[in-house]
Design a protein around this ligand. Sequence first.
Ligand code: EPS
Length: 405
Amino acid sequence: MSQIRYLTAGESHGQSLVVIIEGFPANLKIDFQQINKELARRQSGYGRGGRMKIETDKAEFIAGVRFGKTTGAPIAVLVKNKDWENWGTKMSVQAVEEAIEKIVIPRPGHADLVGVTKYDLDDIRNSIERSSARETAVRVVAGAIAKQLLKQYGVEIFSFVESIGGVEGSGDLYQKLLNKEEVDFKNLMDLAEASELRVNEPEQETHLKEKIRDAKKEGNTLGGTFAVIAKGLITGVGSFVHYDKKLDAALSHSIMSINAVKGVEVGAGFATAINPGSEVHDEIIISNGSIIRKTNRAGGIEGGTSNGEDILLRAAMKPIATLMMPLKSVDLSTFTEIDARRERSDFTAVPACAVIGESVVAWALAEFYSAKFGGDSIKETVENFRNYKNSIHSGLRKNFGSHES
Ligand code: EPS
């Protein structure tokens, strides 16, 4: 039985998206404004299509919270689709008399073809609706609530976009974080937050925008890379004792579960396969009486367990599958080759993907913290956490017989 869990439902152009979250401790104060702020962060970003002009996502709590605090009961939240007004008949729950045009030409790279094949459907619309990244709006709600729980443990999560279409926007910040080089992290994250592309080199933003504009002009789309960082981790979250308790596996899974993500790196990731051990492993040193790492190429995780350093993750998002310059496809109603279908979409959504990355990482971390520290109320949870935290160093010293000098 997992400690906390959630389920989402809802179609891209249906009435509403919904998330039900279960297992949260009672008495967690909910910051509603912060949740809507996270939703707005997900909606922002240069290169998005017409849909974002229609939607202004808002979290509507309908259960599990009273007088601003969780009650311990399942939490239910809606995010309504404003665009549903334009789709009422096409997305009707009840059968309609009117003939609705069926979508019969799948887009390469989207879930269109696998969806209709697997679910025995006669209209691609049925698989488009649920495979759409619109669903991530409620995952951001779950992540935003998870972030509020993680705050109790002193954990904070950040993201930035590294590149779009091969053009770099944040220099070698990720590399610097792996090396634990001195950086003004807060300022760099503020820059990313203020940037329409979540990059922290404002001068590069112009080049990235140009690249996106060019892609748009030729009817193309772009992917990119982004990083997610969790700060304030305590050592000992996750485990090596069983495959399904490994924190790095869970975090990778969470990021891979975001629409269009095709690759994840934990810490130095693929570079660890190239460099020798002396340039990969993080030396163990003592600083101000505490055991820390000289570098953080492991990305804060060793043996599937957090080692107290920042969690560093990097991911690759593929280009959006709806191209105005269509690729080849097949008309399923005639079984003949034809250009893929065009429809309104985004040109790039890497900045949004980075925000979603924060959310899913927040959820996965909240799951692991809840599994370790549990508790039916915030009071119990925080006490469990404090007891563990206060025992870390004294426990090591006691077990190994090393005394405070
Ligand atoms: C999406 C297509 C576009 C995106 C959508 C994901 O929507 P529409 O088909 O309505 O133009 O805007 O993303 C969102 C709606 C969102 O909230 O992120 C797709 O096909 O995956």
